[in-house]
Write a protein that binds this ligand. Structure first.
Ligand SMILES: [Zn+2]
Length: 491
């Protein structure tokens, strides 16, 4: 046997617990440590990661790659199901999101953490772990042990949305493994409606992360609501001081959390929410959007419905021209020309090879109004599109083949609510078929591969089947050799 293979098997931990649904990475390694009998948490951490001084309870741990290697758990599962990447997803451009995922895979997370959290936004990183006393009891009863829930750790979450209790907080400590503990009933505190509103909204945005916001449309949706609440002047300017007062009072009973104390300071210094409107193209921490959405809409679904399907036509507030670079590249000049000729964002993007988002930025900076009203669709075309939606075709692909905006196709989708779960089922079965087939092909072509090799060969496939089709996956993987025997064989 080659040294390479021997090394890999040596690296496998002799045992490791299975993750529970919605559990964090830190929760899993804490349970591992408490079961292991190792003298210190450091000993356990050293077996998981070669890096010295890593923070086990970090929002984005730097050791996910080696954790996957040493436990056989799919790396994609650790990232997608056991960290809060999806909290950030709707607010990041596709390339930003992909580089976050790459950084997590490679363990280069310090930069992402700074970039997503504190540097550009001055939002404090979470210093505490949070849990709900009643979820603790439920977990102990159902699982036999407590776990840390991802939903409770999402930045800005203050209460449990199921039990309507304020979450208890324990400071993160890199030297200790700990799990939630029993809290006496007289120490449990009910949450206020305002605290539940923001926690519910954050939980819903985390669950519905398939959206990716277009900055321009997002701002227009905000402005649409500001208008109906009398927070826009007659010439379309935002009544900033009134809006600040609204947000300030919204944060009133949330101040025990450092993230909201910081937001209140930013409001007082007139940096928030102004930054969202006047510097819309830099990345703002999701909590800044979520607090504004919570103040304006109260819940996630009414905001998202308007974002997805609403007919929004609000003129862009004038943006200072001197923020625009003097020198435009040829591509940008061409895009500007196309926009001035009245072409759509999509068309201008196609012609110049720029992204729709970039062309949107150019339009905004040159005050070229963009209509977001979906193109009128004739009845017979609507029927054809409905038929395609019914068999599960993607809205984006349909939109492209009929030269429509995705919004226009989504509008048809929204008229037939039964299509949504149906399409989800079709997609599920298609994905399952695709991944099952690729596993069968791998097994046929390379019968010698072990479970860990197969996972490395196609982590996306392995992760998906692990999450959704575990019984089938395990019945089609090579037989797992007991780790102790593998270890001896390789020596
Ligand atoms: Zn709870």
């Amino acid at each position: 046997m080659s040294t390479q293979e021997g090394k890999e098997d040596d690296a496998l931990l002799p045992f490791f617990p299975q993750p529970e649904r919605g559990e964090t990475v830190y929760s899993l390694i804490s349970r591992y440590h408490l079961l292991s009998g190792h003298p210190s948490f450091r000993c356990s951490m050293r077996l998981i990661s070669d890096r010295v001084g890593c923070q086990p309870a970090a929002e984005f741990p730097s050791f996910l790659g080696s954790l996957a290697d040493k436990t056989g758990l799919p790396l994609g599962y650790l990232i997608n199901e056991m960290t809060d990447v999806h909290y950030y997803q709707p607010f990041l451009a596709e390339d930003q999101y992909l580089s976050l995922i790459k950084a997590l895979e490679a363990g280069q997370t310090e930069y992402s953490q700074t970039w997503l959290g504190s540097r550009a936004n001055r939002i404090p990183l979470g210093r505490a772990l949070q849990f709900c006393p009643e979820c603790y009891e439920k977990d102990v009863e159902q699982l036999g042990f407590p776990v840390w829930h991802i939903e409770h750790q999402l930045p800005g979450t203050v209460s449990c949305v199921i039990h309507r209790l304020i979450l208890h907080r324990i400071n993160k400590n890199r030297k200790k493994a700990c799990l939630p503990c029993f809290i006496a009933e007289n120490l449990r505190k009910a949450s206020s409606p305002n605290q539940d509103t923001i926690s519910n909204l954050i939980a819903d945005s985390f669950k519905n992360h398939d959206l990716r916001f277009d900055h321009q449309r997002l701002l227009n949706v905000y402005r649409h609501r500001l208008f109906s609440q009398g927070l826009l002047t007659t010439n379309g300017r935002i009544r900033q001081s009134k809006l600040r007062a609204l947000l300030y009072s919204q944060l009133g009973d949330l101040q025990f959390s450092e993230i909201y104390r910081r937001l209140r300071e930013l409001i007082v210094n007139k940096r928030y929410p102004d930054c969202l409107f006047y510097n819309p193209h830099s990345f703002h921490h999701p909590i800044k959007h979520l607090v504004l959405i919570s103040a304006l809409y109260k819940n996630w679904s009414s905001f998202v419905d308007l974002y997805r399907f609403g007919e929004i036509e609000i003129q862009q507030e004038e943006i200072s021209r001197n923020t625009f670079p003097v020198q435009l590249s040829d591509q940008k000049e061409n895009a500007l020309r196309a926009l001035k000729q009245g072409k759509s964002l999509r068309k201008a993007a196609e012609e110049t090879g720029l992204s729709v988002r970039t062309v949107g930025v150019i339009a905004a900076k040159h005050n070229i109004p963009i209509s977001l009203r979906p193109k009128k669709i004739y009845k017979n075309l609507e029927r054809t599109i409905w038929r395609k939606l019914l068999i599960g075709a993607s809205a984006r692909v349909i939109a492209k083949s009929y030269e429509l905006s995705t919004g226009a196709v989504e509008l048809i989708l929204s008229k037939h609510s039964y299509l949504v779960p149906l399409r989800a089922r079709i997609r599920f079965f298609e994905t399952r078929k695709k991944y099952r087939e690729s596993l069968i092909i791998i097994r046929r072509k390379h019968p010698e591969l072990r479970r860990t090799d197969i996972r490395k060969l196609n982590d996306a496939m392995y992760s998906w089947l692990f999450k959704h089709d575990k019984t089938w996956l395990y019945s089609h993987l090579p037989v797992s050799v007991p780790r102790r025997d593998r270890y001896k064989g390789d020596r």
